[in-house]
Design a protein around this ligand. Structure first.
Ligand SMILES: NC(=O)c1ccc[n+]([C@@H]2O[C@H](COP(=O)([O-])OP(=O)(O)OC[C@H]3O[C@@H](n4cnc5c(N)ncnc54)[C@H](OP(=O)(O)O)[C@@H]3O)[C@@H](O)[C@H]2O)c1
Length: 402
């Protein structure tokens, strides 16, 4: 590969769920990528190559022809020197997904997400890189209500988690950096990631999948083989049938990020990479019923159910706070910038209809919900614990570590 002819992206977080897909999509678009992997490099490299193989990319060939360079480094204090030549832009995707600091406010998620962002920007300055694309989260909006704009949230919202706050703080650092002349900052904000919309593949088995796994356990425990294939369980479901959860397929998010990285005309703004028509609780209920062969569930106000469960309900809802992201706060995300790119490039959103949701379940179930595959990542912290109103700040003992 002739280095002087191709543009080079320095990327963090390539070994992560989203990072695997974005790296694949960038390489498939001919981008030269230098990916920073944590130590020990040999282990991380083997895991990354295995994960990329699973999503259809033989990355060894890219390494052989110099299109992919894997280099050891970590955030915030061990970033590598650029032995690979020029860096045209940085795709900063790495993050700690810990929801809460665990007694040490300077530890993760702050350390990786805030100090890491700062270190990345200092690196950019030292090496005269003027284009940065930062992967953030749609939930830097915290508790803000209504339609959330594709803009920085200033003043600071009230946050549900330390994770959100750390990502918001990082956005502020990026914004400050971009104010100097000649710099271009792009921020991509996905909502909750789920697997590939076509194959169902996932390497992350957080809240969405954990709830489905428990519904499967419920079915096994209450199924009577003499009573047909459908199992009747009169189970109360805490929530409103019309409420939605903004889950978004990883392949859609990664494609948008890759298109924006390789097309400078779309850079310099904020993108909500969210689901324009998120599945309702009612649709999710029908998916669980069909996939697992259940009936008898009905919606009820959370206050009447949580803490007052029957044995069957207990199995699911004792962990309600860890399983159902943002059930009481479901903002609407403006996606004007994202829609513009989609229109220009003819990209359609892979709607999460029943077929696709069942495919996601099925893929994860065949992988034993992330418990058996050697390549799958350890269970990530459930993204959003039972949402707390701003006055109800969690103590350290309530934090959830993976
Ligand atoms: N997953 C979601 O639902 C979601 C939703 C919205 C936004 N996002 C954002 O999307 C991005 C990717 O998330 P993901 O779900 O793919 O996360 P992930 O699977 O947990 O991957 C995180 C990546 O960051 C790397 N990393 C973590 N701490 C690091 C450190 N101190 N130094 C260097 N690398 C470090 C990890 O490396 P190792 O493999 O070595 O651990 C891994 O490659 C993040 O910015 C996240 O905030 C994710």
């Amino acid at each position: 590969m002739r280095e002087e002819l191709v543009r080079t992206t320095l990327m963090t977080g390539a070994t992560g769920f989203l990072g695997n897909f974005v790296l694949r999509d960038l390489l498939q678009r001919g981008r030269r990528v230098v990916a920073i992997l944590r130590a020990p490099l040999a282990d991380r490299r083997e895991r990354l190559l295995g994960l990329l193989q699973e999503i259809g990319l033989d990355a060894r060939r890219c390494m052989e022809n110099g299109q992919l360079i894997l280099i050891e480094g970590g955030l915030p204090d061990s970033l590598p020197e650029p032995t690979w030549g020029r860096t045209d832009d940085i795709l900063h995707n790495a993050a700690s997904l810990e929801l809460f600091t665990n007694g040490d406010p300077q530890g993760d998620p702050y350390r990786t997400n805030v100090e890491g962002a700062m270190a990345m920007l200092q690196w950019a300055d030292r090496h005269e890189v003027k284009r940065v694309l930062a992967v953030s989260t749609a939930y830097t909006c915290g508790w803000n209500d209504g339609v959330i704009p594709e803009a920085f949230h200033d003043p600071a919202p009230q946050f549900q988690t330390d994770y959100e706050k750390s990502k918001w703080t990082a956005e502020m650092l990026f914004r400050e950096w971009s104010r100097r002349n000649g710099r271009t900052l792009t921020v991509c904000r996905p909502s909750f990631l789920v697997g590939d919309s076509e194959t169902g593949y996932t390497s992350q088995f957080a809240g969405f999948y954990q709830l489905a796994r428990l519904v499967g356990v419920l079915k096994q425990q209450y199924h009577d083989p003499n009573n047909g294939t459908r199992t009747y369980i009169p189970l109360r479901i805490p929530g409103n049938p019309e409420d939605v959860q903004n889950v978004v397929p990883v392949d859609f998010v990664s494609r948008l990020i890759a298109e924006i990285v390789v097309r400078p005309q779309y850079q310099g703004r904020i993108y909500h990479l969210t689901n324009p028509q998120p599945p309702t609780n009612d649709l999710m209920k029908r998916c669980y019923e069909d996939y697992f062969g259940l009936h008898g569930g009905f919606f009820a106000p959370p206050d009447e159910v949580v803490g007052k469960c029957s044995p069957a309900e207990s199995l699911l809802w004792d962990q309600y706070s860890l399983l159902t992201p943002r059930v009481v706060h479901t903002p609407q995300f403006d996606t004007s910038h994202t829609q513009e790119v989609m229109r220009d490039l003819g990209i359609t959103f892979p709607a999460l209809d029943k077929d696709r949701i069942l495919r996601l379940f099925d893929w994860a179930a065949r992988r034993n919900w992330g418990r058996s595959s050697s390549n799958s990542r350890k269970l990530d912290p459930v993204r959003i614990a039972h949402p707390r109103r701003p006055h109800d700040v969690p103590s350290d003992s309530q934090t959830k570590k993976s």
